[in-house]
Design a protein around this ligand. Structure first.
Ligand code: ZN
Length: 87
């Protein structure tokens, strides 16, 4: 029997929930981060790629969050909100 890491889905022993301390931190930080839908919309519909990176970086800094995690979560939310729409 085995479990999978709640963060990266790697196989781990049944007694564990995360494969590493980094994954554990990432999971909880990601859960704590809230990103307004309006912000996602602006990033993907009104910004080019460079502007989007800059906006994400500033947003992460302003809240003292990891830029990598904010960026990942932004992408996930975008998919969740808008990927079903044909653009
Ligand atoms: Zn992991």
């Amino acid at each position: 029997m085995s479990n999978v890491c709640q963060c990266c889905s790697k196989k781990i022993s049944i007694s564990k929930v995360f494969c590493s301390k980094e994954c554990q931190e990432e999971f909880f930080q990601s859960a704590a981060i809230s990103i307004p839908k309006q912000f996602i919309k602006r990033l993907y519909f009104f910004c080019d790629e460079n502007e989007r990176e800059k906006e994400i970086s500033e947003f992460a800094k302003r809240h003292n969050w990891s830029e990598r995690i904010v960026s990942k979560k932004t992408e996930d939310l975008y998919k969740q909100y808008y990927e079903h729409l044909s653009l």
